[in-house]
Design a binder for this molecule. Structure first.
Ligand SMILES: [Zn+2]
Length: 136
């Protein structure tokens, strides 16, 4: 190694230049230290949150709840399709291991079926009212 001040050749490990007396920088104090990016969280926080049994159940409940709400039953079909897709993908990865997944899977189907039936009834109900108003 060489002195950064005067260029004299120095012995390895000396703290001051034997020629000019300037302090000799250690290697780890200078540009040899490569900054390490703080990327430790990349594994613990994935971009897409992983599907959990309670997610599957929540989607199933939302689907069934909308399906059974008379004027919003068409939303039961939409949410039921989403819930069924999530339940199926969870079962494909992990199998129907927990009760939450099984119930969520059933509720998503209930949401779709009840949503279709109640949407038809809703349309018939409006048609009935329109006919009654038109005939009065
Ligand atoms: Zn020197």
């Amino acid at each position: 190694m060489f002195c950064t001040s005067c260029g004299a050749q120095l012995e390895e490990g000396v703290k001051f230049c034997t020629s000019c007396g300037a302090p000799v920088a250690k290697k780890e104090d200078s540009a040899y230290v490569v900054p390490v990016p703080q990327s430790g969280n990349s594994l613990s926080v994935p971009a897409a949150p992983e599907l959990t049994p309670s997610n599957v159940l929540t989607w199933g409940i939302i689907a069934a709840a909308f399906a059974c709400t008379f004027f919003l039953s068409f939303l039961g079909i939409i949410f039921g399709s989403i819930a069924l897709k999530k339940a199926d993908s969870y079962i494909a990865m992990h199998g129907p291991v927990s009760t939450q997944v099984k119930v969520g899977h059933i509720l998503s189907k209930v949401g779709i079926i009840a949503g279709i039936i109640l949407t038809i009834l809703c349309v018939l109900y409006f048609l009935f009212i329109i006919i009654m108003v038109a005939n009065s």
